[in-house]
Ligand binder design. Structure first.
Ligand code: ASP
Ligand code: MG
Length: 427
């Protein structure tokens, strides 16, 4: 029988009525012939209320006690949900994070998952129960203490369980119909996305889309878990977040499940850098620069605008194919009056070095190590751009190879064996 993991957020279980409604949905899923494992958040604003309560008592509560306090919110909802399911004539058993085998590191309030061993949950569903697991919490094997995984962490609990139980799908129930083309609370005309790749979802979550917790998307991408984000208030089909097989990883025995994964480095030197100096710091100037560039079909990559300070003037730099440099300068010069810049400065060839991997945003240590490596090698950085799966810098083309080597070594990517290049220049 196939296992479905369902996660219900705080707003879906905010009061007794909501809990009964959710129980009905769970029972329906079970009666449709599935094994069901449910992950719940704390009811409504319970976590915030607990935080306020603690703040009224202590300005610096011990983190260990804080985690015990916060983990209790999810325990309330899981027990009540189990009761509601019994009321509908099915059986359910609830489990705390530690009972469900969520083993984390010992960092209170921001624990990361090291291992998931959900035997008890598996046994419960095999025996015909609905398994209910408290979200966002686990236990450290090291300290033997209860840990929590950070605000919004229940999504990650659900995905981690779905991966460990080899679930068919992980359904994330929330208070909107799915993932939208923009926040529907801001853009009324936002459209629900039917299907999105894990990678795009990762970028959206990293850039601020809140429906899914960033870590859960990373985890799902890494372990190939299919997500279905949907409303617990309607029966509408939501948004499917589909992982790409090539992104999934195999974790070696004993290695933690949540850690940044560095895939490799890439570099190129086919781009140049154009700097427009002395642009008035006023609305419309970037459009005045980039519209004619786009009309000419020139692809730009990284863009940086620096701060204007007292002068009310700013510099805009961007990278573009080196071969397009002359054309871009000609076009901008034609529009000089309109843009109002002072001068142009073009470097026909710069080096671009990128580190590619996963979980970069969640591990600030990654960019710290990246920049330290460049600093130790004495390499100056001209532009920086980052995403959830990439950190890129522009350097002088002369030092690009040195930069690649320095970063490679800093991330422990160096192999003992020398890589064979059979032919070609790698261009
Ligand atoms: N209850 C926790 C919070 O509000 C965890 C969660 O909802 O995912 O942050
Ligand atoms: Mg919550």
């Amino acid at each position: 029988m196939s296992i479905i993991v369902q996660k219900y957020g705080g707003s879906s279980v905010q009061d007794a009525e909501s809990i009964k409604r959710v129980a009905r949905r769970i029972v329906d899923t079970k009666r449709a012939g599935h094994q069901v494992v449910v992950v719940v958040s704390a009811m409504g604003d319970t976590t915030d209320d607990l935080l306020d309560l603690a703040a009224d008592i202590s300005s610096a509560p011990p983190l260990r006690e804080m985690d015990i306090l916060l983990s209790s919110g999810e325990r309330m909802s899981m027990a009540l949900l189990a009761m509601a399911i019994h009321e509908l004539g099915e059986t359910a058993q609830s489990f705390t994070g530690s009972q469900a085998g969520m083993i984390t590191d010992a960092l209170h309030g921001r624990a990361r998952i090291i291992e998931v061993s959900p035997q008890r949950v598996q046994e419960a569903v095999d025996a015909g129960y609905v398994g209910i697991v408290a979200g966002f919490q686990g236990m450290s094997r090291e300290s033997k203490d209860i840990t929590t995984m950070g605000r919004g962490g229940s999504d990650t609990t659900a995905v981690a369980l779905a991966a460990a139980l080899d679930a068919e799908v992980c359904e994330i129930y929330t208070d909107v119909d799915g993932v939208f083309t923009a926040d529907p609370r801001v853009v009324k005309s936002a459209r629900k996305i039917d299907e999105i790749s894990s990678e795009d979802m990762l970028e959206m979550a990293a850039a601020g889309t809140k429906v899914l917790h960033l870590r859960s998307v990373e985890y799902a991408r890494r372990f190939g878990v299919k997500l279905h984000v949907r409303s617990s208030f309607s029966d509408k089909e939501g948004t499917w977040v589909i992982p790409d097989e090539t992104d999934t990883v195999t974790i070696k025995e004993g290695e933690p499940l949540e850690q940044p994964i560095i895939s490799g480095l890439a570099h190129e030197s086919s781009e140049g850098k154009l700097t427009i100096r002395g642009v008035p710091d006023a609305p419309g100037k970037a459009a005045a620069v980039f519209n004619p560039i786009a009309e000419a079909g020139i692809n730009i990559d990284m863009i940086v605008q620096d701060i204007s300070a007292e002068t009310k003037k700013t510099n805009i730099s961007f990278t573009l194919p080196g071969a397009d440099g002359d054309k871009a300068q000609r076009i901008l010069t034609e529009h000089q009056d309109e843009i109002g810049f002072e001068s142009l400065d073009f470097v026909p060839q710069v080096g671009k070095v990128s580190l590619i991997g996963g979980g970069m945003r969640n591990h600030p240590g990654v960019s710290a190590r990246f920049f330290s490596a460049l600093s130790e090698a004495g390499i100056n950085i001209e532009l920086i751009s980052t995403s959830e799966i990439r950190v890129s810098v522009i350097t002088d083309v002369e030092v690009m190879d040195k930069a690649v080597q320095a970063i490679h070594t800093a991330f422990g990517l160096d192999s003992d064996e020398e890589a064979k290049v059979y032919a070609g220049t790698g261009r």
